[in-house]
Design a protein around this ligand. Structure first.
Ligand code: PAF
Length: 288
């Protein structure tokens, strides 16, 4: 596996691979890799001749400086895991390399991300999706991948990236990959490393409540299902729901009746102490 540190390194690598007719898969990450990331890499390896994984904690998508400072960074472990998963190259640039004018120097470009970017994460983390669009579009323009892989834990992020790709006219196939969970149901996340042992033992209650609510939803209204999830999670020590929204999976608009859409997802963010965890679950899935 080749380690690329600069934009020029990537340009040269991509041009060599294109020259030999290779298809390219890109897996954008912020590092502190876990099995969820590795499942994206494995899927990318199966579907492309060459796989580039970016490892970059993007400062412009953090609206809370403490969150940025405490975000886990484990570069050596990441490189070892990526080599084992079959990545061809890792792009791990410095902040200066990506943002020569400084990360707060906005490029003066506002991305058209649609209403999907205004709800949920968009509401609670103002500017977050502009930052995500900034780095992901930069990576797409640099690597020009045939396919890019994202995990469905960040369900809203995938919808927003699809909107960004459409509005920017970027040609890339976005591949959404299923959430990976620990044996106790907790969605794998780099942030799980920040949980204390006691918090880690409580955190599976998020998925437990969501999973229970799927059966509950067959006999209860959207409003009752919503209330059940929030009450159950808030009753657990150290847990506080920031938002839980039951939405149409394509538009991310909140639904009031189960009949409103064939594809309905519940998206949740919960503070477990100071650690912000997100998860989601499908209540209705399209038949095909
Ligand atoms: O999902 C993430 O880890 C990040 O938001 C991404 C897509 C790598 C952009 O920094």
């Amino acid at each position: 596996m080749i380690i690329l540190r600069t934009v020029n390194d990537v340009r040269q690598y991509v041009s060599t691979q294109r020259g030999r007719g290779a298809s390219i898969g890109l897996v954008p990450t912020m590092g502190a890799l876990h099995e969820g990331h590795l499942s994206l890499v494995e899927k990318a390896v199966a579907g492309n001749d060459v796989v580039i994984v970016s490892v970059f904690v993007n400062p412009t998508q953090f609206n809370n400086p403490d969150d940025l400072a405490s975000y886990p960074r484990k570069e050596e472990d990441d490189f070892r895991l990526l080599a084992g998963a079959g990545a061809s190259a890792v792009f791990a640039p410095s902040v200066e390399e990506i943002y020569p004018g400084g990360p707060s120097a906005q490029p003066g470009h506002i991305f058209e991300l649609g209403r999907a970017a205004e709800v949920m994460e968009g509401k609670y983390r103002p500017g977050h999706f502009q930052g995500v669009a900034q780095i992901v579009s930069l990576l797409f323009r640099l690597v020009e991948p045939d396919r890019a892989y994202f995990g469905e834990k960040d369900f809203q992020q995938i919808a927003v990236i699809r909107n960004m790709v459409a509005s920017e006219g970027i040609k890339v196939e976005i591949v959404a990959c299923p959430i990976k969970r620990a044996n106790d149901g907790l969605a794998l996340s780099s942030r799980n490393a920040l949980l204390s042992p006691a918090q880690r033992a409580l955190a599976p209650s998020i998925h437990a409540a969501l999973a229970e609510s799927v059966a509950f939803s067959k006999e209860h209204s959207v409003r009752e299902t919503h209330a059940m999830v929030v009450e159950k999670i808030n009753a657990v020590d150290e847990m506080e729901v920031e938002y839980f929204e039951i939405v149409d999976a394509r538009t991310l608009a909140a639904v009031e009746e189960w009949e409103e859409s064939p594809w309905i997802v519940g998206c949740i963010t919960v503070y477990c102490g100071k650690v912000r965890l997100i998860d989601n679950i499908a209540y209705r899935l399209p038949k095909d």
